[in-house]
Design a protein around this ligand. Structure first.
Ligand code: HPA
Length: 277
């Protein structure tokens, strides 16, 4: 990834919308329809944006929707690319670097995830308090291989990657609306296969509350660019460390559970956008 590629992508988007987005939203599996709550939208397909990769999996339409949530200009991504689609992790960071070049200072990043903490039920929303980036710890970091300081600092501090003030704000919005909002640690795995019972046991034992196949690379790039990050997982299934039938999961089930949570998700995110500091 180079500065020129990012600038080219950003320049293309600037040419396609008058909005100057300040907040970015990445919509994970089953959550793309949130973008229909943005007013007076401009829609830009990912495949027109120079250097952007195009998602290949169901539930990821691959469109940018730029519009207003109240008075806030928002750039929402309907879908994302994943490591398991064969991309270098820096390619997963490109949309976030592009947002930064466009002036986005707050990123709301979302995903579908399996619930590992026994308190989590399908349909729950979970604020991400911290992450375990398992591919990242094994070398698949979006900043690995970048020329030093080419885009921003290389040794990025992640002590509070998920902004405490934004988490408090989301919690207060949920409480005021009487919506259940959990909080926990998200573990990223590479996928695309789901976890074995032994892997579920392992992830629980290292402190993961939820598991999914995205998000960590985008959050690292957002932190590199000095953005404030709010992460929300939609718990779509609860994998068990046993071989029981009810623990089985499918992508279709992930999409339908996320869609069922969408109205509550939208209420919380719109409430946060309305009250952003
Ligand atoms: N595992 C990994 N990723 C997921 C899951 C899961 O159980 N559910 C949704 N995304």
């Amino acid at each position: 990834m180079t500065r020129e590629q990012i600038e080219r992508a950003a320049a293309f988007i600037r040419g396609r919308t008058e909005y100057q987005p300040r907040v970015g939203v990445i919509l994970g599996s089953g959550l793309a329809d949130f973008a229909s709550s943005l007013e007076e939208p401009d829609v830009i397909p990912f495949d027109q944006v120079p250097h952007w990769t195009v998602p290949t999996v169901a539930g990821h339409p691959g469109r940018i929707v730029v519009g207003r949530a109240g008075s806030v200009p928002v750039m929402a991504l309907q879908g994302r690319s994943h490591l398991y689609e064969g991309h270098h992790p820096s390619a997963l960071g490109l949309p976030v670097w592009t947002m930064a070049a466009l002036g986005v200072t707050t990123l709301i990043v979302t995903n579908a995830a399996g619930g590992l903490n026994p308190q989590l039920r399908p349909g729950d929303l979970m604020l991400i308090r911290d992450h375990l980036n398992l591919p990242g710890m094994a070398g698949q970091n979006p900043l690995a291989g970048l020329q030093i300081e080419q885009l921003g600092p290389l040794f990025v501090e992640l002590g509070e990657a998920y902004d405490l003030e934004l988490r408090r704000l989301a919690m207060s919005v949920a409480n005021a609306a009487g919506l259940r909002l959990m909080q926990g640690v998200y573990a990223m795995v590479a996928g695309p296969s789901y976890e074995t019972p032994a892997e579920i046991h392992f992830l629980r034992s290292i402190g993961a509350d939820a598991v999914g196949m995205s998000t960590a690379p985008e959050v690292i790039v957002a932190c590199q660019m000095g953005m404030r990050v709010l992460g929300i997982s939609c718990i779509t299934n609860v994998p068990q460390a046993t071989l029981e039938e009810e623990a089985r999961v499918s992508h279709e089930e992930v999409l339908s559970s996320a869609a069922a949570a969408l109205p509550r998700f939208a209420k919380i995110v719109l409430g946060v956008l309305e009250r952003l500091p």
